[in-house]
Design a protein around this ligand. Sequence first.
Ligand code: PLP
Length: 313
Amino acid sequence: MRPAVADAMPSAAPTTQFPPGVAYVDGRYCAMSEAKISVLDWGFLRSDATYDVAHVWKGRFFRLDKHIDRFLNSVKSLRMTLPVGRSELQDILTECVRRAGLREAYVEMVCTRGFSPSFSRDPRDADNTFLAFAIPYSSVANEAQRARGLDIAISQVRRIPPSSVDPTIKNYHWLDLVAGLFDAYDRGAENVVLTGDDGGVTEGPGFNIFAARGGEVLTPDRGVLEGITRQTALELCRELGIPVTAGPLSAADLARAEEVFITSTAGGIMPVTRIEQRPIGDGRPGPLTARLSALYWEKHEDPAWSTAVDYDT
Ligand code: PLP
């Protein structure tokens, strides 16, 4: 029997106004409702920030090293400085999860420009801000969408060009993605992918996209964040002997695809079954997506891919 994508992933815990969870701000741990930064922080005023999101599933971090590598590279590229080293960063993330007691968690680390103590406008004078938090796991697609596949639109809103903001540095420049989402909602779709400068398909709000046709898989190689889940999907395809390429992906490639899926730390590998109001393949989640998704969740228990959180210490 074909493994069901939705079955592999139970629902996340219910949330209140402030989700349960624990943050690390200004060098101390606090409840999410207490986690605050200054309104003068350039992370807020100028979106001058980078971040990363890892997740914990069944009490284990998934590929945490890869998230930390990407975060440290982003911080360096933006000429920011973290107040902590790699192993202390890992300890803080783990401690947020441990204190929150979450077995399924969404774990975010953030570095912003902060602000200059002398109120200078020179970013070199700023004291950078570091914070982290762990809240209940959440997904790009809800349970029904994971079961039947998402209905997405291709927006004419262009993704911010890589020559302006490097998409491989994970960032909060989301006005294009949010405009694209509203465009999609206005057209009755549930989510969106944006096109790039060259008209090619790029990515969506919080996810990368893949298309499969004739047993071969393709994902865009330009204008996108190199998602850790995207990287994982590429590796899983290779493990399963499925030919996979990163290269230009057009709207026509999506329309012709037999299967389409999206990838994100928030939800894993999720099927897309309608694009621009037309069904993909037979309009149901396909076997290749289901195989990849099942293997993705299996890897969460494999010590080569995941690290246990020690909740007892
Ligand atoms: N693309 C964008 C713009 C994102 O913000 C994200 C994640 O938030 C992704 C892709 C997927 O990346 P990952 O698989 O590392 O979660």
